[in-house]
Design a protein around this ligand. Structure first.
Ligand code: FAD
Length: 461
């Protein structure tokens, strides 16, 4: 290597960057990665992992309550926010250490600095001033939460970045947004005992999900005491003696202790120097790439949230891996973005793969819909009011199951496995011949026999 200092320079040590760096190094490439914040990226440091730990914490309230019906007396449970945050931070530190060690074991050099692009092969390391010449540059810089549109007093609100470090549990919190992050945090704070108001401009939560799931989640949240302020937006925030006065678009004012804005995320491309290398971004700042994650500048690739394809950790990891296979492993690999199983860690939880009913009707025309809702067995003794919803969408022509939608306990775990079947192209007949596991909730997925009768045509959604 004469012309270049490294074969690969990765900007950003998150889900996509770390995987790409390790796999490329495994193929014998000399690899450097720059990280401006913490190794592990959004998922490990301030996304999926700490969020799931908080979701676990929030669900104990139900468990303590449910235990009574089974004969347990657990006394009056109390919750200590500081303990949760401290233990969560310890675990995140441990995971960051593992990510660093794995990179180092693979022979990847880690630079703790912001890095920007100077040209198609040069990266500028801001904290040392060094300039590294790289045969390939991988942009894996992720995204950041935004407060769009900006509102007066917006700085009084917090985003998902800060929510993991609040000093105290807010007694009253307003969560703004209707996507999965807003919904998950509303569930977390409701479970931990905060008074939660969820403000969303749409008429239902979770746009893009199956309408039955959206309806059921709205009902479940209302039942759990979440105050749903739908078809409203946040207009302004003002500091008052008693907290933060949040004014909504209908003129109503509510005083709360925290306002968590989770209305969207934007790729971290600002000031990255992409234009100096001939890489332009789209209207939201995302980097357009081809199926191999290559930009229009042949030496520059981009993976993960910065490309705004499917903004999920497993997808960033796959894209990073496929990039390394393609460029350094002589195995050109395309990531299929079509069938992505996914979970929303609301309480109740949601798991989905494939199309919702309306989308399936548009794509496949004639579909059969199987739906069941029931009270989970545990609720019979606990007295809980929760319900499980399961729905299968079947393309009539091929008998293929093209959508599975679950709301209820462990829906995320269930959809991972249902996802294997759907990815393999399982038909309804395959589901039917699968023996039920009894007594479980999941057995309903293989015992639904009668499709719903279509009442009326429905709008696409
Ligand atoms: C609250 C929350 C919850 C989530 N929950 C889930 C979930 O349950 N399941 C799921 O699949 N996904 C979840 N996600 C999404 C998931 O975290 C992202 O899709 C994933 O982290 C994207 O990986 P990435 O490699 O593209 O970017 P990131 O993981 O964001 O990594 C990018 C890294 O680049 C660094 N960086 C940025 N610019 C520079 C620069 N110029 N120089 C050096 N370093 C730089 C950043 O500091 C960061 O560490 C969640 C996200 C959030 C915010």
């Amino acid at each position: 290597m004469t012309q270049f200092d490294v074969d690969l320079f990765v900007i950003g040590a998150g889900s996509g960057g770390v995987r790409a760096a390790r796999i490329a190094a495994g193929y014998g490439a000399k690899v450097m990665v720059a990280e401006e914040y913490r190794v592990g990226g959004t998922c490990v440091i301030r996304g999926c992992v700490p969020k799931k730990l908080m979701v676990y914490a929030s669900r104990f309230a139900d468990d303590f309550h449910d235990a009574a019906g089974f004969g347990w007396n657990v006394g009056e449970p109390t919750f200590d926010w500081a303990t949760l945050i401290r233990n969560k931070d310890t675990e995140i530190d441990r995971l960051e250490g593992i990510y660093r060690a794995n990179l180092e074991k693979a022979g990847v050099e880690i630079l703790n600095s912001r890095a920007v692009i100077e040209d198609a092969h040069t990266v500028h390391i801001l904290n040392t001033g060094a300039r590294i010449r790289a045969r390939y540059i991988l942009v894996a810089v992720g995204a950041h939460p935004t407060m769009d549109p900006p509102i007066p007093g917006g700085e009084l609100g917090i985003t998902s970045n800060e929510v993991f470090h609040l000093e105290t549990l807010p007694k009253r919190i307003m969560v703004v947004g209707g996507g999965y992050i807003a919904v998950e945090f509303a569930g977390v704070f409701a479970g931990l005992g905060s008074q939660v108001t969820l403000v969303h401009r749409g008429d239902k939560l979770l746009r893009g999900f199956d309408e039955d799931i959206r309806d059921a989640l709205g009902e479940a949240y209302a039942q759990r005491g979440v105050n749903l302020a739908l078809q409203k937006t946040l207009a302004r925030l003002d500091k008052t003696a008693d907290g933060i006065a949040a004014t909504l678009s209908d003129g109503s004012v509510m005083t709360v202790d925290q306002v968590l804005v989770a209305t969207g995320r934007r790729p971290n491309t600002k000031g990255l120097g992409l234009e100096k290398a001939g890489v332009t971004v789209d209207e939201v700042g995302a980097i357009p790439v081809d199926a191999y994650s290559q930009t229009l500048t042949p030496s520059i690739y981009a993976v993960g949230d910065v490309t705004n394809r499917a903004n999920l950790t497993p997808i960033a990891i796959r894209e990073g891996h496929a990039f390394a296979d393609t460029v350094f492993g002589a195995k050109p690999t395309i990531v299929d973005h079509d069938l992505i199983p996914t979970a929303v860690f609301s309480t109740p939880e949601i798991g989905v793969i494939g199309c919702g009913e309306n989308a399936a009707r548009t794509i496949y025309g004639d579909v059969d819909v199987y739906r069941t809702t029931f009270r989970p067995m545990k609720a019979t003794l606990s007295g809980g009011s929760e319900r499980v919803l399961m729905k299968l969408i079947v393309d009539k022509a091929s008998d293929k199951v093209v959508g599975v939608h679950i709301m209820g306990h462990d829906a995320g775990e269930m959809i991972q496995l249902a996802g294997v079947a759907v990815t393999m192209g399982a038909t309804k007949a395959d589901f039917d011949r699968t023996v039920a596991v009894h007594p479980t909730a999941a057995e309903e997925l293989v015992t639904m026999r009668t499709p719903l009768v279509m009442k009326k045509p429905v709008a696409v959604g």
